[in-house]
Design a protein around this ligand. Structure first.
Ligand code: BGC
Length: 450
């Protein structure tokens, strides 16, 4: 999809935030050094058959040792904001006990180096790597997680909050509860409603709890949290397919944000959610609410959904992009730029969102290294066509205040292992060499006169 891209960052307004995102488990490596405890992802990837080629992120892209090189590269590419996550088990190895000073020292080094390079750190507290010791006590299914999370959040806010002002509480609660506690395809590999429902409710409570703690503790903090979202299109415009699409939209796009905004769980559109009642205690509705300074939305594709009697609880089925004769990425996700526009629009319909930021958007394609160059034209077109949609949304009067590309360097893509590269910077996984791709060079010149 070639685009004749003419926009400049200035066209998005002076206060528009530009950045790149990554996550601890996908990049850091150093999984068992300097006192770090194991996380559910360390454990999950050590089990045979869970991840493409049985890969793991024990080394990943060695961000633990190469953070200076990477941040300097970021600086050389004119990137002003860097979103990364903290590994809970590096900071508190068993999740709830002794603090590991060496873990804190590492993040202090990263944060201080960002600031030295004039790059603003945006920190996510939880990007899916729960300490394994907590999972052994039920993880997100155990309401005790409220106490564990409170301790971890308070420690991070007190320790880093003097320098880190931009925070996000959770990364995509729908994905880590859905893939990790319902489908079992992500860590910790649990399945079924009996795991999914309590995980949903406890994540909803922690999302707001984390917001309250950060707001109270971090002076002048700008506090947010993030959601995955995809435009949902019914397979055909008939009553049953429309209903299926509505249910999928409720599950994938509305479930976690609505209780946060004081609207309760959207049970009328997805009746199975009524079973959440078993885990809800008096007063939980109020505890689920918090007014964030910004909401991060993360969009990659759209989903086409059809009615299916065979899918339990939801009777809705996603039709794979590869079966629809559309352009796809290596993840078998449709390249469909209007989805980002429509999701910005959908989130703008909620009344009390102060700011909306795209905290992730990007694509995986096969990259070919030729004479030290990676001409990733498809990825570059993907970025341009999505940025055009973000700009269009702004022109149409919708609230949208920033854009973070996923991701800076290639890294460990969860169940897909190292197969799916999303980076602006190519990594040779055998020698850790970094090479800026064409898309990265384009971002560098695009952001030059910011
Ligand atoms: C996650 C990232 C992931 C990306 C691409 C998002 O769901 O936050 O960790 O790598 O999508 O799949």
């Amino acid at each position: 999809m070639p685009t004749n891209f003419k926009l400049k960052p200035q066209d998005f307004g002076e206060n528009f935030v530009w950045g790149v995102s990554n996550a601890a488990y996908q990049t850091e490596g150093a999984y068992n050094v300097n006192g770090k405890g194991l996380s559910i992802w360390d454990d999950f990837t050590s089990q045979k058959g869970k991840i493409h080629n049985n890969e793991h992120a024990n080394v990943a892209v060695d961000f633990f040792n190469k953070y200076k090189e990477d941040i300097l590269l970021m600086k050389s590419m004119n990137i002003p904001n860097f979103r990364f996550s903290l590994s809970w088990s590096r900071i508190i190895p068993d999740g709830n006990g002794e603090v590991n000073q060496q873990g804190i020292d590492f993040y202090n080094r990263v944060i201080n180096f960002c600031l030295e390079c004039n790059i603003t750190p945006w920190v996510t507290l939880y990007h899916w790597d729960l300490p394994l010791a907590l999972e052994k006590q039920g993880g997100w299914t155990n309401r005790a997680i409220l106490g564990w999370f409170e301790k971890y959040t308070t420690l991070c806010a007190n320790t880093f909050g003097d320098r880190v002002k931009h925070w996000m509480v959770l990364n995509e609660p729908m994905v880590f509860t859905g893939a990790g506690y319902f489908l079992g395809v992500h860590a910790p590999g649990k399945k079924g409603l009996k795991n999914f429902l309590p995980a949903i409710h406890h994540a909803t409570l922690c999302q707001a709890l984390g917001g309250r703690i950060l707001k109270k503790t971090v002076k002048n903090g700008i506090i947010g949290t993030t959601f995955s979202c995809s435009q949902i299109t019914p397979y055909k415009n008939t009553r049953k397919h429309n209903l299926a699409a509505k249910k999928a939209d409720t599950l994938l796009n509305r479930l976690f944000i609505e209780p946060l905004l004081g609207m309760d769980y959207p049970t009328e559109s997805l009746p199975v959610l009524k079973r959440l009642k078993a885990y809800i205690k008096p007063g939980d509705d109020k505890l689920s609410e918090f007014e964030f300074d910004f909401i991060g939305i993360q969009n990659y594709t759209r989903e086409v959904v059809k009615h299916s009697y065979f899918v339990p609880y939801i009777q809705a089925k996603i039709i794979k992009a590869s079966k629809r004769q559309v352009e796809t990425t290596l993840m078998d996700w449709e390249v469909y730029p209007p989805s980002i526009y429509n999701m910005i629009k959908q989130f703008n319909q909620y009344k009390n969102i102060k700011k909306l930021i795209i905290t992730e958007n990007g694509a995986a394609f096969t990259d070919v290294v030729k004479n030290e160059n990676i001409e990733d034209t498809k990825r570059l077109n993907y970025f341009k066509s999505h940025l055009e949609q973000v700009h269009k949304a702004q022109q149409d009067g919708l609230n949208i205040d920033g854009y973070f590309a996923w991701t800076f360097t290639d890294n460990f893509e969860w169940a897909e292992g190292y197969k799916a590269r999303f980076g602006l910077v190519h990594v040779n996984f055998s020698n850790q060499k970094r090479t800026i791709k064409s898309s990265g060079k384009w971002f560098k010149s695009f952001l030059e006169n910011l």
